[in-house]
Design a protein around this ligand. Structure first.
Ligand code: ZN
Length: 346
């Protein structure tokens, strides 16, 4: 009896010593990093958790894949614990095949939507070659990345015809700080997220669909109420980001970061405060207020309002592929905006 007890005490004290030692090694001061990688016109976010776990959301276009692989290698990453393809558009999943080919991969999430493109087939082939399986990305999924983080998928809430709306939307919180990563989710998905009552308030918002008018509805922006907004954008012919979106952000005094101006953008959180570092110092980086206001100066806005387009009704707007129209868009009129919320033909 006595010897058993003694042995037990010894074992217990060893266990205690080990756990004390290991907890002192756990370095609680480690931080969460969220990298908005500059992939030109496209999107890619790398999350490095406080304990060193990694999550990659999207990987830019095909022509960016060498750069993405180099970026991850430079971060001394050899495994992506969680890989997310928000939706099958090439500017998001283009580089995923190279990532899958070059790194160990843990769990993969993609929404239940197919695309009949070579890019999409390449990704599926890489997944198949490594005998990996794809988990369906949908709202309600809790991603087990790191004990100290809450990583929750809050969209897609439903199924949508528009592939952008199938985008996986992920909210990450660490201590009192939070990030919302929206893919290309548009207004329809944004509304469903709001109605789902998921927590949306976040310090940092990845502006949906590269700053297009189809995303970042005023209601969504008000609910998220971020301090910082990131626009993943490069040279493009879509007019991304639009003046309307930039104006919405600047009128709420949100500090805007853009990959086309600042290169790679890295947010670091210790659970209480957020720091931002950028690859390039654009002339206005140190003065976020100036930077925020700059894109919506009168020159551009005037051009927009002076454009002479009139639509008789919303069917015309939809046929022209311009719906929804936001206040300030060419062709917007209060007549078309029946609920007077600044968005017509939504
Ligand atoms: Zn996109």
């Amino acid at each position: 009896m006595n010897t058993t007890k003694k042995t037990l005490t010894i074992i217990l004290s060893i266990v205690l010593t080990i756990s004390l030692t290991s907890s002192s090694f756990a370095a609680p001061s480690k931080s969460l990093q969220v990298h908005f990688i500059d992939v030109g016109q496209g999107a890619s976010q790398l999350i490095i958790s406080p304990s060193g776990k990694t999550m990659l959301i999207d990987a830019g276009n095909n022509d960016q894949e060498d750069d993405i692989v180099a970026y991850l290698t430079k971060q001394k990453i050899n495994k992506i614990d969680v890989l997310v393809g928000t939706h099958p558009d090439a500017d998001h999943i283009g580089g995923l095949d190279a990532v899958i080919d070059n790194f160990d991969i843990g769990t993969i999430y993609m929404p239940k939507v197919q695309a009949n493109t070579e890019t999409f087939k390449d990704v599926l082939l890489s997944i198949q070659n490594k005998s990996l399986k794809v988990n369906t990305a949908k709202s309600g999924i809790l991603i087990d990345l790191d004990k100290s983080l809450t990583v929750k998928m809050i969209a897609p809430v439903s199924t949508y015809d528009e592939s952008n709306n199938m985008s996986a939307v992920i909210r990450i919180s660490y201590g009192s700080t939070s990030f919302l990563l929206t893919g290309d989710a548009e207004q329809e998905s944004e509304n469903d997220i709001i109605n789902s009552k998921a927590t949306l308030k976040s310090d940092v918002l990845l502006v949906g669909h590269h700053g297009s008018n189809s995303s970042t509805s005023q209601k969504f922006l008000n609910t998220v109420n971020p301090k910082y907004a990131v626009i993943q954008v490069g040279k493009n012919s879509y007019g991304h980001p639009t003046d309307i979106t930039l104006k919405k952000l600047s009128s709420k005094k949100i500090t805007i970061y853009r990959n086309d101006k600042q290169g790679d953008i890295i947010f670091t959180s210790d659970g209480k405060t957020i720091n931002v570092s950028t690859e390039k110092t654009s002339t206005t980086t140190n003065k976020p207020t100036t930077d925020t206001k700059k894109p919506s100066t009168t020159t551009k806005t005037t051009t927009t309002t002076n454009t002479n387009v009139t639509y008789k009704n919303c069917s015309e707007v939809k046929a022209a592929g311009k719906a929804p129209l936001y206040k300030g868009d060419p062709g917007y009129s209060t007549k078309l905006d029946r609920d007077k919320d600044g968005v017509a033909c939504e």
